[in-house]
Design a protein around this ligand. Structure first.
Ligand SMILES: Cc1cc2nc3c(=O)[nH]c(=O)nc-3n(C[C@H](O)[C@H](O)[C@H](O)COP(=O)(O)OP(=O)(O)OC[C@H]3O[C@@H](n4cnc5c(N)ncnc54)[C@H](O)[C@@H]3O)c2cc1C
Length: 425
């Protein structure tokens, strides 16, 4: 057995929402943790933390109260990962996660017992549970139908204030729009560049001067998410002072500034909490090393190293994250070769109508687990004593259609970390 270059208690495989939440919960509990994976995936996040929005998917029933939706889901789909977690644990997981984000300078707001309505970049309304502070004024303004000015920018593709207004016209008649030029730019412009520029006070002043003539009594101004990257609170507060009205952001199409902000927070804050992060690296191979421990071969093109761990959390995602791989015939789990719950043969992966609101059988594929979120082997027993799974790799859930992506990732990470601690203590 090769010697380990690094020895830790827990190896977290994955740097998406489930991997980040696992690493955070482990660090908060004093567990020596190594995390490996590509944080790039999180750059696609809208920043909104969905808990539970739609069930049954086939009927497209949208829920105002995510906790009622979870109750109904638990009755209807007892195999769903949420059905293995008490609501109290889900609540505590979300609270611990959002407390970390608040402590990192990126607070969230929630109504606790109901979903909030957030405007999307195409003007539809999305129900979600936790909303970044920088978008919360938009939730309140939509609720009250306040007099609102929406701004978009010449040269910025994928965000049209006019389209949002037209889509929302009946629900929100007090919405007006204006298109302005972003200071010192011409031609096509990108949100990341704009957000970085907005950290400069002079740029904010110039933008405020461009927006002010359009205010005409508006109580609140909405813009695409461009208000800074690492100093968003400071940027918004200063921009509000200059305009003299409240401001809010609307999420943009991915990859977005909102995702970039989250990624930056995790990359900076997790090491400060003691997590050894091996971002931009992958698990290339694994060997169970007896007594429930693992030896991981971790690396990239340039070098590899050996990490020994008492246990692991597999948060490697589905097809997008590369935790699952579909070849011509079967769906495989890519690191441990664990059995994957899936339709009997390939012809059943998708239904004929690609846009069928009920979704496709392949979207329920993934790992089946016990109540501690340990993946099961072919005999229905935990495949390893100290291997746990979290996030979208879990079977029997279609997070995209159910609108439960981040909630599921955070809650299952919470149980996986607590279960690991119970096993090794
Ligand atoms: C475009 C987009 C928009 C979204 N919008 C929302 C939203 O509005 N609200 C919401 O709640 N959720 C949203 N989500 C969902 C959410 O952000 C998460 O993607 C989802 O919850 C799944 O997270 P995950 O961590 O399980 O998997 P992933 O995000 O897929 O992460 C998997 C991780 O595993 C790593 N990995 C895979 N194989 C290996 C290996 N061999 N070694 C090491 N690491 C490996 C990958 O590098 C990656 O870091 C969105 C997702 C996307 C893609």
């Amino acid at each position: 057995m090769p010697r380990s270059d690094i020895q830790c208690d827990l190896m977290v495989i994955g740097a998406g929402m489930a991997g980040m939440a696992s690493a955070l919960f482990a660090a908060n509990r004093g567990v020596t943790t190594v995390q490996v994976g590509m944080p790039g995936e999180i750059g696609f996040a809208s920043g909104l933390l969905d808990l539970m929005g739609v069930h049954p998917v086939k009927e497209g029933r949208v829920w105002n109260n995510p906790w009622d939706a979870i109750d109904r889901l638990t009755r209807d789909i007892p195999e769903h990962p949420y059905a293995r977690i008490g609501k109290n644990d889900i609540r505590q997981a979300v609270e611990e996660f959002t407390l970390f984000l608040a402590e990192s300078g990126f607070p969230y707001h929630t109504y606790q017992d109901r979903n909030a309505d957030v405007i999307t970049p195409i003007g539809t309304i999305k129900k979600t549970y936790c909303v970044p502070e920088n978008m919360w004024n938009g939730v309140k303004a939509l609720n009250k139908r306040s007099s609102c000015l929406l701004i978009d920018f010449s040269g910025l593709k994928g965000f049209s204030a006019r389209q949002i207004k037209e889509t929302l016209h009946e629900r929100w008649p007090e919405l007006r729009t204006a298109r302005v030029s972003f200071p010192d730019t011409s031609g096509e412009i990108y949100t990341e560049h704009m957000a970085r520029q907005m950290e400069d006070r002079k740029v904010r002043q110039k933008l405020a001067q461009a927006v002010s003539p359009h205010l005409r009594g508006a109580q609140v101004v909405g813009l695409p998410a461009i208000l800074g990257i690492s100093r968003t609170r400071e940027v918004i507060s200063d921009f509000e002072k200059q305009l003299g009205v409240s401001v809010f952001e609307i999420p943009t199409m991915p990859p977005s500034v909102t995702g970039l902000r989250l990624r930056q927070i995790f990359e900076q804050q997790l090491p400060k909490r003691g997590v050894r992060t091996l971002f931009q690296q992958k698990v290339l191979g694994v060997r169970p090393a007896g007594t429930g421990e693992f030896k991981f071969n971790v690396g990239n093109h340039d070098n590899t190293l050996m990490v020994g761990a008492k246990g692991a959390i597999l948060a490697s995602g589905r097809f997008f994250g590369k935790g699952l791989h579909a070849d011509g015939k079967r769906i495989r789990e890519t690191i441990f070769g664990l059995p994957v719950y899936q339709p009997k043969d390939r012809t059943l992966w998708h239904c004929k109508d690609f846009l069928n609101p009920a979704g496709h059988a392949i979207n329920l594929a993934g790992l089946e687990t016990d109540d501690s979120f340990r993946p099961l082997d072919h005999f229905g027993c935990p495949a390893f004593k100290t291997l746990f799974a979290a996030g979208s790799i879990l079977a029997h859930q279609d997070w995209m259609r159910m609108k439960c992506g981040s909630g599921l990732a955070i809650a299952t990470a919470y149980i996986a970390v607590n279960s690991f601690l119970k096993q090794v203590s």
